[in-house]
Design a protein around this ligand. Structure first.
Ligand code: 5GP
Length: 206
């Protein structure tokens, strides 16, 4: 029987490169085992940006619809980020895990910790640090889309988030994309080999 899929919840300050690291990790996992990575599409109350389409990047819903989904128990975790709600739909997530797919999440701190509480051994939390605050500032400036005021605000928020890194199971530093992706892959491999997740296989050999 295929082992249950693993939730890989990654948090870290804006500009740290979570999305890029996750894309690299997914590329490597899919190459080694096609179809092994499942995609969770979050629900959000924020408006679509640019070419974003409902049901692709997110399910775009009103605040009332979002709150109803929470009431109906259809959201496994949710959080607020810059005045909007973001949440993970329960049913597709459990289906993917039961099929043995691993799911990679770029998610808020509270989101990661909630998934860990709910899924225990089937979830792992990783916090990504920037190599330095100077480097994080350069990366935020490099995007060229933010005002000075917004950059200062994001840096303050980054410091507050970094203070919570100790609440995660693993901490990695994104000073090199290939190295950071390799470390995430090593964590995933180790988590899947935990005795608690494989004891049934051992017992079958008794
Ligand atoms: P954006 O609006 O830029 O697409 O996303 C903003 C933030 O929301 C991202 O940093 C991402 O980590 C977080 N996020 C996206 N989906 C979810 C979700 O389902 N749950 C939680 N807790 N955070 C999410």
């Amino acid at each position: 029987m295929k082992a249950r899929g693993l939730i890989v919840a990654i948090s870290g300050p804006s500009g740290v490169g979570k999305g890029t690291v996750l894309a690299k990790v997914e590329e490597i996992m899919e190459k080694a085992d096609p179809g092994s990575v499942g995609h969770s599409i979050s629900v959000t109350t924020r408006a679509p940006r640019g070419q974003e389409k409902d049901g692709v990047e997110y399910y775009f819903r009103t605040k009332e619809e979002f709150e109803q989904m929470i009431k109906d128990g259809r959201i496994v975790e949710y959080d607020q980020y810059v005045d909007n709600y973001y949440g993970t739909p329960s049913e597709p997530l459990v289906e993917m895990m039961d099929k043995g797919q691993d799911i990679l999440f770029d998610i808020t701190i509270e989101g990661s910790l909630a998934l860990d509480r709910k899924f225990g051994d089937d979830a792992v939390t990783i916090f990504i640090l920037p190599p330095s605050m100077e480097e994080l500032e350069n990366r935020l400036r490099g995007r060229g889309t933010e005002t000075e005021e917004k950059i200062t605000k994001r840096l303050e928020q980054a410091k507050a988030e970094i203070r919570r890194a100790g609440e995660f199971e693993y901490i990695i530093t994104n000073d090199d994309l290939d190295k950071a992706a390799g470390e995430v892959l090593a964590i995933i491999t180790a988590e899947k080999l935990k005795a608690s997740k494989n004891i049934r296989t051992a017992k079958e050999l008794e």
